[in-house]
Structures are given as C-alpha cells and as structure tokens.
Write a protein that binds this ligand. Structure first.
Ligand code: NAD
Ligand code: MG
Length: 396
C-alpha cells in the first residue's frame, strides 16, 4: 500500500478505550490519515469532544434518538447542542448508520472498536466492502470467523489485528510463511486473580474483577481478562485470523505484559514482539502496515533491570480457557454460542445476579445444550446469539 495515499478512517466505537487511543494515534499521524467518521453508542459528551479535536465529516450515535431528546443533564444537553446544532458534521443515528458508515465509498480504513457481537454487522460490512479493517472487535471473528474470511477473500479486504497478541503474532509472522510456523504462543497477563487462593474466587467482588494489573480497558474485556475468557476468545480469534489449527496454539501466563506473543517456527526459532503495554502501538501498526512510523507510545527503558516471567496456565483456576480451545476446534456455531453466553453472563455478574466463577460454568452449560451446526449462515449465528442470551437469563 502507498501510505502517502488518502487514508480516510472511520472509528467505530470511538468513545471506548480502543476508540480514544485510535483518535490519539490519528492526531499524532496527521495527513494522509484522517478521521472521517466517528461513532458512539451513548457517550455524547466524549463524542462531541473527539469531534472538536478531529473534525470528522460524519458522526453516528448508534444508541439512537432518545439520548438526543432526553436532555436530562446539563452535560447531555450541551453535548447534544454541540453535536447536532453545529452543522459542522452530519449526525446519523441507529445501528444501520454504523453499517452505512463502514460501507461508505469515502472510507478507506475501518477501525472496528465496538465491544461485543454488537460490532459484528458493521465489521462484516467493512470486510464485504473491501476496506482495510483494523480489527479490535475480536468478538466478530469469534462468532463468524469463516464468514469474515470468505468475505475478505471475495472483496480483497485486509483484516489487520489490533489485539496486542495478534498484532505481535502478525509482526513475527513477517519473518516466515504460515507453513513454516510450528506453533503460536499467546501470552496472558493472568489478570487480577492469578495468585488469589482458589477458595476465594467464588466470593470476589465486581470491583476486584474490574481492577486489571497491567491494562486499562473497557469493562467487558476487563472481566474477560479476570476469567481468562479473553484469552479463550483470542485463541479462537487466532485460529481464524491466522488459519492456524487449535493444536498449534499455546497459551503462557506472562504477568508483566511486555512480551505480547510469540511465533515458533519449524527450525525451532522463536520470535517475540515486546513493548510496554500500550494499545496505541498495535493500533498504529494496523493503520500504517507495512510501514513503521514514529509513534506516540510508551518505550522500553533499557537502563533498568527487566524481569520477564512465563509460566503455564492453571486450567483449574481458569476453566474458561479450556472452552476457547474446544470452540476453536469445533468451529461452526460454537463461537457464536460461547460469545453470547459470555456477554450475557458478564452482565449478570456485573449486576450482582451470579458469582464470578459462574461465568465459565454458565458458558459451558449453554455450549453443551446447543445444537451444533458446522457451516451456519450469518442469520443462523445471529439467531443463536439471541437464543444463548435468553438461556443465560434463565440462570437468575
Ligand atoms: P469500551 O467499552 O471501552 O468501548 C466500547 C465502544 O463500543 C464504545 O465506543 C461504545 O460506545 C461502543 N458500543 C458499546 N455498545 C455498543 C453497541 N451496542 N452498539 C454500538 N456501539 C457500541 O471497549 P474497549 O475496551 O475499547 O474494547 C473494544 C473492543 O476492542 C472489544 O472487542 C475488545 O475486546 C477489543 N480490545 C480491547 C482492548 C483494550 O485494551 N481496551 C485490547 C484488545 C482488544
Ligand atoms: Mg489481547
């Protein structure tokens, strides 16, 4: 790709943790990169701040009209006015507007940074329209990996990983062919409960589960990191993104979050990618690949002693990870059911209706209950997403 060519970027989920980091990267990069569209679900105040900073052409508020008309707080009211009254950008509402923005001929690159399967339709639209897709929304790959890959093969879309582990693997894989890879080793921080006595896990609070030791992230992925469902989803994401059988994917706990992942090649050589934990780096690489440009990210300090640990995963402590390997092997409908069960179970945990340890149990139960199909359509996957959420509700 010619990086001097126009790069109009749509940031889907701009108000989230990845979205805001993307906006920072875009401000740093400057021309030819330009934020042409930004989306938020509900957070109008942040959307309006980002719009002031980046002057996009279009804003999408996917959560819809009620938020524009309620005006229950001063903040909301002034954000509404800033968004709709200025006339400096087109403002559209609703989930369809996300798909339209992701498909727009004015958009070259789509940063898919919506959380959960809510991001799937817009991510798929971007892939179907041949965009460069910087993929943070791992859930869409977990739910519909083969459909995403088929669509990309047809349209010529390039799917570039934003997830730090997959970016690390992608970077290491520049050194050899897919057929030369022996295995990939995903690293996992271990989250807040890596050393917590096992008998205390049933009683952990929402607040404790939300306290991640190394990464600042949105709430859903923070809970996923505590259960290690995040790594389970990443195993499945890697299975599709790199077309790597589950047997060739390995996970190691690495509490420092400096080694973002590794690739072991057939000759025994292992290549790793290291950097301080800062998502701006993988985001920028997904935008500028194959170029590496000056970046606004944290740097390693080579004047200090550096201790890096790698240890095997305790599957008894993190039963969710086992589900990831099983689903990566099964494919078909399994990813959609695991993902939706997990999203719904997290909501129940956050609202105090189930315990932390129940999240993986609920997912296992619903996965076992479902009628597996090997080559589902996208409509069938969406139906199963709804079905699994309803099944989870029965646990309350
Ligand atoms: P977040 O909760 O901080 O932000 C989510 C964004 O999605 C917000 O902009 C929100 O407005 C939007 N959104 C929420 N619900 C929506 C809906 N129903 N429809 C449309 N938009 C909706 O989440 P995050 O931590 O930025 O994570 C975003 C994605 O990136 C997730 O898939 C996550 O797994 C992945 N990811 C995040 C990190 C990280 O460091 N935060 C790292 C790797 C991967
Ligand atoms: Mg990750």
């Amino acid at each position: 790709m010619d990086v001097t060519a126009r790069q109009n970027v749509a940031v889907l989920g701009a108000t989230g943790s990845i979205g805001k980091a993307t906006c920072e990267v875009l401000r740093h990069l400057g021309a030819p990169y330009r934020a042409i569209g930004l989306t938020a679900h509900r957070d109008l105040a942040t959307l309006s701040e980002l719009a002031e900073l980046l002057s996009p052409e279009e804003l999408v508020i996917s959560g819809g009209t009620p938020h524009l008309t309620q005006n229950t707080t001063n903040e909301r009211s002034s954000a509404d006015t800033a968004l709709t009254g200025s006339g400096r950008w087109r403002v559209r509402e609703g989930a369809e507007a996300l798909v339209e923005l992701a498909s727009s001929p004015n958009v070259d690159t789509v940063v898919a940074a919506i959380v959960g399967s809510a991001g799937m339709a817009s991510t798929l639209a971007a892939v179907e329209h041949g965009k460069r897709v910087a993929l943070a929304n791992k859930e869409s790959m977990v739910v519909a990996g083969p459909i995403m890959l088929q669509a990309a093969a047809k349209s010529g879309a390039q799917i570039l990983p934003v997830d730090s582990e997959h970016s690390a693997i992608f970077q290491a894989m520049q050194a050899g062919g897919v057929d030369e890879v022996e295995r990939i080793i995903l690293t996992a921080s271990g989250g807040p409960f890596l050393r917590k006595p096992l008998n205390e896990l049933p009683h952990v609070s929402v607040e404790e589960a939300c306290r991640h030791p190394t990464w600042q992230m949105g709430r859903k992925i923070t809970i996923d990191s505590a259960t290690m469902m995040n790594k389970a989803l990443e195993v499945i994401e890697a299975r599709w993104l790199f077309q790597m059988p589950a047997e060739k994917i390995h996970v190691m706990v690495h509490p420092q979050s400096i080694i973002h992942s590794m690739v072991e090649f057939k000759d025994g050589s292992v290549l790793a990618q290291l950097s301080p934990p800062d998502m701006k780096l993988p985001i920028q690489y997904a935008l500028t690949f194959p170029k590496r440009l000056e970046s606004p990210t944290l740097r390693m300090d080579w004047t200090k002693r550096l201790q890096l640990e790698l240890e095997p995963v305790d599957f008894e402590r993190f039963p969710a990870l086992q589900l990831g390997f099983e689903v990566a092997k099964a494919g078909g409908t399994a990813g959609a059911v695991l993902n939706a069960s997990n999203e719904a179970a997290i909501d129940l945990f956050l609202s105090g209706k189930i315990r932390f340890v129940d999240i993986a149990t609920v997912c296992r139960e619903i996965l076992n209950q479902h009628h597996y199909e090997s080559s589902p359509t996208i409509e069938r996957l969406c139906e199963l997403d709804r079905w699994a959420r309803q099944e989870v509700m029965k646990w309350t």
